[in-house]
Design a protein around this ligand. Structure first.
Ligand code: AHR
Length: 512
């Protein structure tokens, strides 16, 4: 055991709900994210339900996914929704110019996505085309999907097989409009945002929740300009942050067979999310002190170099125990900002970047990150319990290479060894997720629960995710190499929960 960490949880001081929508997913028309990964079509030999892979569908259903963002990403700003409706064999073939220049046959379009959302019992989050589209194209799409009456567009939807309108809430007005979404300046996008959002209409009682395209990382001036010029016209502004372990975008580091150094740098980079959320939120406070406008971290996760032998435009990477910790750390950070962060989307759901699921033909494997999302379900819509931890930090040379890419103000050397979230659900059950980031040492942890009487550990609630090494992965030949196991080694006495958590692992446990 390396050290003892004491966590104090004030169970009578909850103020904010951990919005379930922090646990959202992202499915872009990118590589095998949709085609092959989710959608194989009804005539495929791969077992499917209405064209959706049965294995993937069933695994995703287990995650209680609150929302899925679609169709991009960069793809969204070149997507024209009319290409993706009507008989599939009559839809036009376009070129996906962002992602590998591959042909897009549009067999997965609006109806297919919204049916997927129904099958997953999840809210659709649609990203509209601002970069190469028009306000009227966007307006028509909303009418097509949500109007209940007798307009031509609503009737076209009916002709295409859908009688009832859909409920569409989350609606993004552009994506990365400073980059692939149009290379705009902040002032120009602020004006366009104002224009486009004017035509994001509410039909038939549907209410659109408008999400402006924010910047990524530490570009706070963009957020400031948008809040000043259009803050009162939006429900949320987005933030993108990708964890890159290597020295930069040209050399992001591998997703397999990496050493402790790459592990450490990956976790160090993940912890920076806290500063970015804090600083963007501070800029928002200037114009929105009551925090009406949400920060939507609608793209996050680890981005490594592509796997050897794959199309670099497909962003395919493996997913290791390190990545599970990057997920748990990032979710803890977003939970801790529940006052401002009320929507987030990990990039991406299947086969792309930090995926939940990898597929190869008819084979499927759940990644370590999938298991973290499964373990963290307990926090969805639970109240965040304020907690304080005296965790020591794990310090190692090499921090600078990760940190110096950004304008960082509050960084300390190293990374916290213990990361945690405490929450209380509607039934009064308290849930704790605890991650030990140390690569070689277990930790003694005590959680001192104050302000509420608890007497028992909920039966079978303890689950531990760990692996033999930080770069351990699941493969199609060894699908259960990294998976959660029962954890029964905790004790609860006088309101204090104690346990030893192994090196590089994630734990969930509940008490009542
Ligand atoms: O998730 C991959 C890409 O990353 C998205 O399309 C884009 O928005 C971001 O740059």
């Amino acid at each position: 055991v390396f050290a003892q960490t004491n966590i104090i949880v004030n169970a009578d001081q909850a103020e904010y709900k951990i919005n379930e929508h922090i646990y959202g997913q992202f499915a872009e028309h990118l590589g095998r994210g949709i085609y092959g990964g989710i959608w194989v079509g009804p005539d495929s030999d791969i077992p499917n339900k209405e064209g959706y892979r049965t294995d993937v569908l069933e695994a995703l259903q287990e995650l209680d996914i609150p929302n899925v963002r679609w169709p991009g990403g960069c793809f969204a700003d070149e997507y024209h929704w009319r290409d993706g409706i009507g008989p599939r064999d009559e839809r036009p073939v376009r070129i996906n110019t962002h992602w590998g220049m591959v042909e897009e046959d549009n067999s997965f379009g609006t109806h297919e996505f919204l049916r997927l959302a129904e099958l997953l019992d999840t809210e659709p989050y649609i990203s509209a085309n601002v970069g190469s589209g028009t306000p009227s194209e966007m307006k028509d799409w909303i009418e097509y999907m949500t109007y209940d009456g007798d307009s031509d567009l609503a009737n076209l939807r009916r002709e295409n097989g859908r009688e009832e309108p859909w409920d569409i809430k989350f609606f993004g007005i552009g994506n990365e409009s400073w980059g692939c979404g149009g290379n705009m300046t902040a002032d120009y996008y602020a004006d366009l945002y104002r224009q486009f959002q004017t035509f994001a209409k509410n039909y038939s009682g549907n209410e659109i929740y408008k999400i402006a395209s924010g910047w990524s990382d530490d570009r706070y001036d963009w957020t400031e300009t948008l809040m000043r010029e259009a803050g009162w016209m939006m429900d949320a502004i987005s933030l993108h942050y990708y964890t890159i372990p290597g020295p930069g975008w040209g050399n992001k580091g591998p997703s397999t067979d990496f050493d402790v150094d790459m592990y450490y740098k990956g976790l160090k980079a993940a912890f920076l999310l806290d500063e970015f959320i804090t600083e963007h939120s501070n800029r928002m406070d200037k114009y929105d002190p009551n925090k009406r406008v949400n920060l939507a971290v609608d793209e996050w996760g680890i981005w490594t170099d592509p796997l050897a032998g794959t199309n670099p435009g497909f962003l395919e990477q493996q997913n290791s125990m390190r990545d599970a910790l990057i997920a748990s750390i990032s979710l803890d950070i977003m939970n801790s900002h529940a006052d401002r962060v009320r929507l987030a989307n990990i990039a991406q759901m299947v086969n792309v970047l930090q995926a939940m699921i990898l597929t190869d033909d008819d084979e499927m494997v759940l990644t370590p990150t999938y298991h973290v999302f499964h373990m963290y379900k307990v926090h969805q819509n639970s109240m965040l319990l304020p907690s304080h931890s005296d965790t020591e930090r794990f310090v190692r040379e090499g921090d600078e290479s990760v940190v110096r890419r950004f304008d960082i103000r509050r960084d300390e050397p190293g990374i916290p060894i213990i990361s945690t979230t405490a929450s209380e659900d509607e039934e009064g059950v308290l849930h704790f997720t605890v991650s030990n980031t140390h690569p070689t040492e277990s930790q003694e942890v005590s959680i001192d629960i104050r302000g509420k009487n608890v007497s028992t550990i909920v039966r079978n609630s303890g689950r531990l995710l760990t692996a033999s090494s930080v770069d351990a992965i699941n493969t199609f030949d060894n699908t259960e190499n990294v998976k959660p196991v029962a954890f029964n080694d905790a004790e609860l006495e006088d309101g204090i929960l104690t346990f030893e958590i192994p090196k590089h692992s994630v734990l969930v446990i509940s008490v009542e």
